[in-house]
Design a protein around this ligand. Structure first.
Ligand SMILES: [Mg+2]
Length: 324
């Protein structure tokens, strides 16, 4: 093990805090030891955060890159109604990366952003791995474990015709902020998670996810864009949907020019929840201060229709495509 790596692990261990709760043994041994709450099922999700694809060192503040690296998996746990149990970070850095003071600062701030969100969401960082990247890009892989009372997880596949469709929060803000960031990264250097930064510091909707267990019939998080994630939910549930353009909660960062609707429909990474509930289910207008908006309903068949000014049109998935 290189001395840089040892130092990194020591640093991580001291900043990750002591194990407790479901983590019986954290960083420092060959494995972490977890004990899920009695009668709970364990959920697992993994996400790559790759420099050049998911973040840019010259655009994103390091703390934002760290925050986003953890937020993606937390949003998946939220979508299934799970409580975070533990996070594991594997990080590959370009050869010689930590020799430069500016890079050490970057790494420090990256971990700071990640651990800040971890603390806020009570997600212990319980282990990971470091390695030298084969090229010049930073590669981070996050594994997250969560738990739900056995058999109560929310799934994509349980929506039924007649169910009402809802979204949490606002749509399109992340893609609007990303466009502004790409244009003038300087403006965002001092952005921090306490401000409303839907792209730089998305807030996973864990509390809403917990509340929806037992209320919602199906759920998914909006990572790839409403059109694409609604398609995933409908395919898994073998149903269609009708949504109303006028009802979509547009993020205030979207300007009112023509593409606001397109960004709300197809812009990715809002990390809000899209869920369905039977019409008889009492869905509150807001949960933990976040508005819940009714945007349409589930229908028979497999078509997804957008009603825009009363005119129905077929909605095609046009959000983020995962390519290999
Ligand atoms: Mg997801």
């Amino acid at each position: 093990m290189a001395s840089g790596e040892l130092q990194f692990i020591r640093n991580l261990r001291s900043r990750a805090g002591r194990p407790g709760g479901t983590v019986r043994l954290g960083i420092g041994d060959d494995c972490a030891v977890l004990r899920p709450p009695k009668g709970h099922d364990v959920l697992v999700t993994t996400d790559f955060s790759l420099e050049g694809r998911h973040f840019h060192r010259d655009w994103h503040p390091a703390a934002s890159a760290g925050h986003r690296c953890l937020a993606r998996g937390l949003s998946d746990l939220a979508a299934m109604g799970a409580h975070p149990m533990a996070a594991f970070l594997s990080l590959a850095l370009p050869a010689g990366f930590t020799r430069r003071a500016a890079n050490r600062k970057w790494l420090d701030d990256f971990l700071g952003g990640l651990l800040h969100l971890a603390k806020q969401t009570k997600t212990p960082l319980a282990g990971g791995d470091t390695s030298t990247a084969p090229g010049d890009a930073i590669l981070a892989d996050m594994v997250l474990l969560g738990s739900v009372p056995a058999g109560t997880e929310l799934r994509r596949s349980k929506a039924r015709p007649g169910d009402i469709l809802y979204v949490t929060g606002y749509l399109g803000g992340a893609s609007a902020e990303l466009a502004a960031l790409a244009q003038t990264p300087r403006r965002f250097r001092s952005a921090n998670p306490t401000g409303d930064h839907p792209h730089l510091y998305p807030q996973p909707q864990l509390r809403i996810g917990h509340r929806l267990r037992g209320l919602a019939s199906a759920a998914i998080d909006i990572s790839d864009g409403l059109s694409t994630d609604l398609t995933h939910l409908c395919e898994e549930s073998r149903v269609g949907a009708i949504i109303d353009a006028e009802s979509l909660p547009l993020h205030p960062l979207l300007n009112s020019k023509g593409d606001a609707l397109q960004q709300a429909l197809h812009g990715g990474e809002d990390y809000q929840l899209l869920f369905t509930a039977p019409a008889s289910s009492k869905i509150p207008r807001s949960i933990s201060g976040t508005p819940i908006t009714r945007i349409g309903e589930i229908v028979r068949g497999k078509d997804i229709t957008l009603r825009n000014n009363g005119k129905p049109e077929r909605l095609q998935p046009a959000g983020w495509e995962h390519s290999l």
